[in-house]
Design a protein around this ligand. Structure first.
Ligand code: SF4
Length: 244
């Protein structure tokens, strides 16, 4: 009885995201092939099971509680900020104003008062169990770093004044907090990233596929594949670089 009640609690809140023709930072930062499947609107072969939905839902609940408190503690904080840039769609957990703001004059001679434009730090939340928190002690996950850098570049392009990235890990068992500050991309690195998107779009046009993620050191599929909505298609139906 309770399992049913709890499953329904999370299933009712679960928001499915079918492929929609956009690049989503969570996939672009993890696997090019998954991103190509998404951006070309490929049907998914594997949907998350109810256990994964419970895990993801628990993370979402934690993040929402933290966002509520963050807004109270730091007025001017913006949460769930939509990023739309270069066929990328997604939303950032929080951007938090830092410092006094950037003095800005609109250039009208009669306007002798500069405006203090807010300068924001991007904050990306991640939650996990004990294993993930132990890994987070060693440093931020490269996928999380790339995801945050994509968001940062997008917000910068959209006109937000940005300064810094903070990736914050929250422990699901004990609410332990681990924070990592990371550098945003340089302009050259942003150009390289955009070129990688063009390369993925070429795959979409040619109906071909980038390489799969490499096998891990034990010869098993990379762990991200276990949660991928295209895993059966990717490994069983499609070829190394061709659609089945
Ligand atoms: S199954 Fe793995 S390699 Fe294939 S698209 Fe998904 S994440 Fe990428």
């Amino acid at each position: 009885m309770y399992q049913e009640i709890i499953d329904k609690m999370f299933l009712d809140k679960y928001e499915d995201r079918p492929p929609d023709g956009y690049f989503h930072p969570s996939s672009v930062s993890g696997c090019d092939r998954q991103a190509v499947y998404e951006v070309s609107g490929t049907d998914r072969t594997d949907l998350p099971d109810v256990r994964n939905i419970r895990i993801m839902g628990t993370g979402t609940d934690m993040h929402e509680r933290i966002q509520d408190r963050l807004v109270q503690a730091h007025p001017g904080t913006l949460i769930e900020v939509k990023v739309e840039w270069e066929q990328i769609r997604g939303s950032v957990d929080a951007i938090v104003p830092i410092g006094d703001g950037y003095p800005y004059n609109y250039g009208h001679p009669e306007d002798d008062v500069d405006v203090l434009m807010p300068v924001y730090e991007l904050q990306e939340f991640k939650s996990g169990g004990n294993w993930k928190m132990r890994e987070a002690q060693k440093g931020p996950d490269p996928q999380h770093v790339k995801q945050a850098r994509i968001y940062y570049a997008g917000l910068d392009h959209m006109g937000f004044l940005m300064d810094g990235i903070r990736i914050v890990y929250f422990g699901r068992e004990d609410w332990q907090v681990i924070e990592h500050e990371v550098e945003p991309w340089t302009d050259e690195q942003v150009v390289t990233f955009l070129a990688s998107l063009d390369n993925m779009l070429l795959h979409v046009e040619e109906w071909s596929l980038p390489d799969r993620l490499p096998l891990d050191s034990k010869g098993n599929r990379f762990w991200l594949c276990r949660y991928c909505n295209f895993r059966s298609r990717c490994w069983d139906l499609d070829g190394d670089n061709t659609r089945g």
